[in-house]
Design a protein. Sequence first.
Length: 211
Amino acid sequence: MSVYSSSAESSLIQSNDWDNTIAGYKPVTQTHCGENRYIGVSNILEFYITSGCPLWIKPRDVIQTTVRMDFTLEAFFAGGGTTNFIDRLTSSLGIHASDVKIVSVYEGSLVVNYEISTPDDDPETLLALETQQNTLLSSSTVDLGAPVLEHESSTRIDPTRNFTDVEHEVYGIQVDNGESSIWESTHLTFDYEPIVVINDIEDLPAINDTI
C-alpha cells in the first residue's frame, strides 16, 4: 500500500525515513497531510490526514523479497543499516533508492524483507527486474554487506488496479472530537477511492453530490 495526494501515479507521497534505532520507519508526527509510514511487523499503513486534504490509498505492483545474510543485527545497523543495504542493492540493480521499501529487519542470522517497485508500475519491467535480482542474489559476486545465505522473491501484480471515479463514491473519516476514545461511524477504504475528513458522517451524501 502507498499514499497518494491525487489519482496520478506521480503524486506518490514518500513514507517517513527509516530509523535504525527503532528498526522501523520514523513515527508519524503529524507534520503534514499524507505523512505516512508502514509498520511491517503489524502490517499497518499509518498515515496522517487533515480536513480538506483528500488522500488515495492503493496497492502497488511490487517484487516482495526476503534475504538472509551471514550478519548479526548489531553489525548490520552499526555498518549503516538499511541505508547501506539499499545503496548496495540499488547500485547493483541500477534502480533508484526510492524504488525500494524495507518491510522488516530481524535476527536469524539477519533477515531483511523488502519490496521493489517501478515508477510506472509496469508489470513487464517488474518481472524482468525480478529475474535480474534473482540472478544477482544467486551469484557469488553480490555485495550487500555480508554473504547472502538464502533468498526468496515473488512478484505481486494486480491487473485490475484502477481508481474509482472520484464522482462516484467518497469515503470519509469522521473527525475525532475528543468525546470518546474511538472514532465511531468511521468509514475507511484501502482500495482506490478518495478519502476525506468530515465533521459529521451524515454529511457524506452531500459531499458525494458536490464532487
